[in-house]
Structures are given as C-alpha cells and as structure tokens.
Write a protein that binds this ligand. Structure first.
Ligand SMILES: Cc1cc2nc3c(=O)[nH]c(=O)nc-3n(C[C@H](O)[C@H](O)[C@H](O)COP(=O)(O)OP(=O)(O)OC[C@H]3O[C@@H](n4cnc5c(N)ncnc54)[C@H](O)[C@@H]3O)c2cc1C
Length: 163
C-alpha cells in the first residue's frame, strides 16, 4: 500500500512534469487536500431479492464519472418496471434490463483507468492520436452512452416476470 503521508505537492509536480495542463494547475496550487486511495470494488453478483433491490452505487459503482447518470437510469427503469408488474417480477425485470449496460460501463471505466497510466511512449502516441480521434470518432464511439433510451426495453422486461 502506498504511503499517503509521503504524497505532497512536490511529488505530484514531479509525477506530472510531462503533462502540460496538470503541471500548470499544480504550479498554481496554493493548497491541497490529503490524497485518498481509490478501490475498485468487485462486481455485486445479486442485485435483488423478491422484496429488496440495489440501484445506483449500491449495486454497481462504475468509477467513470457516469455513476450519477447510471443511478438515474436505474431509477427510471425501476419505476417503470414497478408500474407494470408485481414487485418481485419488477425487481427481476429491472436487474435483467440493466445488467448489460452496467457491464459495458464498468468495462469502459477499466479501459479509461488503464489509459491514465500510460508510459512515455504511449503518452506521446496518445497525444498525437487523440486530437484526431476525438474530432472524427468520439461522437460515434460514445453514442451507446449518450443516446441510450432507458425506457425502450421496459415493457418487455416487466412482462417477462420472474428474476
Ligand atoms: C469525487 C467524485 C466525483 C464524481 N463525479 C461524477 C460525475 O462527474 N458524473 C457522474 O455521473 N457521477 C460522478 N460521481 C459518482 C456519483 O456521485 C455517484 O455514482 C452517485 O452519487 C451515486 O448515486 P447513488 O444515489 O447511488 O448513491 P449516493 O449518491 O452515494 O447516495 C446514497 C445516499 O444514501 C445515504 N445513506 C447511506 N447509508 C445510509 C443509511 N444506513 N441510512 C440512510 N441513508 C444512508 C448516503 O448518505 C447518501 O446520501 C462522482 C463521485 C465522486 C466521489
């Protein structure tokens, strides 16, 4: 486990010395907060019983700056499922409907985390490639995330019943 007491502004400035924007931010910093360790929690295998359901971070912390949106989507799907089925069937329908999307989000979060730990060569390539990729492919590549209709499958999920 890293020694959090040894992390100070000097160390951060050395670690980010190759990154222009973080270096500028750190150079302008007048105060800083104690670092916190981030943990990636294991997948929660069961999201519901007949009477209890997990939504949002309780069921699936995604760690990608999308946790709030996933929690809101969960709430919409759950509310819709409860409108059209008994409680046990609705909770099962909700869990089935959300699994694939959350799994995709978690996978995307892992890929983002790995990209942040690039070495010097990967960093150079990334800095060359990203301005072009963002302009040409970003919108298409992320449309699964930003154009998702949480209500699209609810009828089928609620009608399916069971778990
Ligand atoms: C630093 C940081 C930055 C983030 N940035 C983003 C971002 O840019 N975009 C994004 O989409 N997401 C972001 N997230 C993630 C987002 O905040 C969470 O995914 C989201 O808040 C999850 O919502 P939730 O309702 O599931 O849980 P929470 O917001 O954690 O709500 C749970 C609530 O339950 C309460 N509670 C806990 N135990 C009990 C109990 N026993 N009794 C009663 N109440 C209890 C808690 O006090 C809390 O209010 C960020 C998170 C962090 C920490």
């Amino acid at each position: 486990m890293p020694d959090l007491e040894a992390v100070d502004l000097d160390l951060l400035q050395r670690l980010y010395r190759h990154e222009q924007m973080p270096s500028a931010v750190l150079a302008a910093a007048t105060d800083w907060h104690r670092p916190t360790l981030m943990h990636v929690l294991p997948e929660v295998p069961i999201w519901h019983s007949d009477r209890i359901v997990l939504i949002g971070d309780a069921g699936h912390p995604v760690g990608a700056g999308q946790g709030a949106s996933m929690a809101i989507e969960d709430a919409v799907v759950l509310a819709r499922a409860l409108e059209h089925a008994d409680v046990a069937a609705a909770l099962g329908g909700y869990a089935r409907q959300r699994r694939a999307r959350i799994a995709k989000m978690v996978k995307s979060a892992s890929a983002n985390r790995d990209a942040k730990t690039a070495g010097p060569l990967a960093r150079r390539l990334r800095n060359l490639f990203m301005p072009v990729a963002l302009r040409l492919f970003y919108e298409r590549g992320t449309s699964w995330l930003y154009t998702h209709d949480v209500t699209a499958g609810w009828q089928q999920a609620a009608a399916g019943g069971g778990r």
